[in-house]
Design a protein around this ligand. Structure first.
Ligand code: ADP
Length: 409
């Protein structure tokens, strides 16, 4: 029918605009490299902040939604981590937009609760008593963001780790730069000659990014218009929302769900990325997961198989674009470091530590990234070190590696 053809035309046009052929990915990667240079040259020189990782300078990103409290017993060089336990605490949404005082109070309370829980037998009750005595007199040694934690944790296990990328609710990357290659840094050079750079790459933007009208509308209506453009097309916070926007257009202009537009479909962010992912991975012959998600979330009771297939395709378009652009961002880092091609006979390996709920749970997103790195680029650069929470603890021991000790500067 005419309606169906119209809906498919909307889908095809969207697919077209989301295209990420290899040539485009190289353009995006090159643009990333250029911005990296600019951000390292001067403060405010680029959309990429390229933060030098003095730990007391680390910002609290706007999109972290949970934090982890860990208790780690360090056993020195030989034993490394003897024992550890952790707790994951989610941050209520109202605290993420409020004052930093309220946020830190919340974190401190959760920390106090955790510390008050049972302490390992090896430490005996003495520690508990001691803690009571001092009224929880703890000292903040360092605040490390998850990206740098992942980099440190990855490097701990594999010396070839040169960068870390987080793909979760938001996205970010950190990598190891030569201190000499940071013009904006006027301090003494560290003994190692290296410095971790927190790129804050979610804020990357470039005319080469395949942005569609839906991305533009999402950005304009967001809390931070004009900011975090890269993040808005690749991270878990937004993928489901992009799908919703395209579906809404199909409903409004091509009566995709019938003459009435499902009211729920008009609610921003109602379709979350985990829902999208569940539909995308539906392997049943009648796509019943897609059917039930549409029913549960959008309150659309009846959908034909043809419609469900179109929706799976839509999920695929959005996820594939995000995954391939994420890989292009990584290629940008490799290009910056001169590690994107094999230099004569040299056997340097480059390993990227990857973490975050999107990468961890959205299988098709992950495989799309991995497939690209295997088939199209000269060397296998993308080795997924999907770091678990447990490994984060190990990152703590690695802190000395990335923190400047004043007397060595
Ligand atoms: P953070 O919120 O700190 O980034 P995570 O790294 O755990 O925490 O990432 C959580 C994000 O991962 C969610 O907001 C969601 O976008 C994404 N995610 C979680 N589970 C899934 C899933 N099953 N499929 C797709 N994405 C998921």
């Amino acid at each position: 029918s005419g309606r169906w053809a119209k809906a498919m035309a909307i889908l095809r046009e969207f697919e077209d605009k989301c295209g990420t052929p290899i040539g485009k990915l190289h353009q995006v990667a090159d643009a990333m490299t250029v911005e990296m240079h600019a951000g390292l040259a001067s403060e405010g020189g680029s959309k990429l902040k390229m933060l030098i990782s003095y730990v007391d300078n680390l910002p609290i990103g706007p999109w972290g939604t949970n934090f982890r409290v860990l208790r780690v017993l360090l056993g020195g060089k030989e034993d490394r981590v003897v024992k550890q336990e952790f707790e994951e605490v989610s941050i209520p949404p109202y605290l993420m937009t409020g004052s930093s005082d309220a946020l830190f109070d919340y974190i401190a309370e959760a920390l106090a609760k955790f510390v008050a829980t049972e302490v390992w037998a090896r430490c005996g009750g003495e520690l508990t008593k001691a803690m009571e005595r001092v009224g929880l007199d703890m000292r903040v040694a360092a605040l490390v963001n998850d990206t740098i934690g992942t980099l440190a944790g990855g490097r701990y296990y594999n010396q070839d780790v040169i960068a870390a990328v987080i793909l979760g609710t938001g996205t970010n990357a950190a990598y190891v730069e030569r201190a000499q290659a940071i013009p904006k840094w006027h301090g003494l050079l560290p003994r190692s000659g290296e410095m971790v750079i927190n790129m804050e790459w979610g804020n990357f933007r470039s005319s080469h990014l395949p942005l569609t009208e839906y991305d533009q509308a999402l950005d304009v209506e967001s809390l931070n218009p004009g900011e975090q453009i890269f993040e808005k097309i690749i991270s878990g916070m937004y993928l489901g929302e992009i799908v919703r926007r395209v579906l809404l257009k199909m409903a409004q202009e091509a009566a995709f769900f019938g003459v009435d537009v499902p009211p729920k479909l008009e609610i921003p962010f109602i379709l979350r990325t985990p829902h999208m992912s569940a539909m995308h991975h539906d392997t049943s012959s009648d796509l019943r997961v897609v059917g039930s998600k549409l029913k549960d979330i959008l309150e659309v009771p009846n959908t034909s198989l043809k419609m469900r297939k179109a929706i799976v395709e839509l999920c695929d378009i959005v996820a594939t674009r995000g995954a391939r652009l994420s890989a292009a961002g990584i290629l940008g880092i490799l290009k910056k470091l001169g590690r994107d091609t094999v230099r004569d006979g040299e056997k340097q390996k480059s390993v990227i530590a990857l973490d975050g709920g999107l990468f961890e749970h959205y299988t098709k997103f992950r495989t799309s990234m991995e497939a690209l790195s295997r088939s199209c680029w000269e060397r296998k650069f993308l080795k997924a070190l999907s770091l678990s929470t447990q490994m984060m603890a190990r990152a703590l021991e690695q802190l000395s590696w990335q923190l400047p000790t004043p007397n060595t500067w």
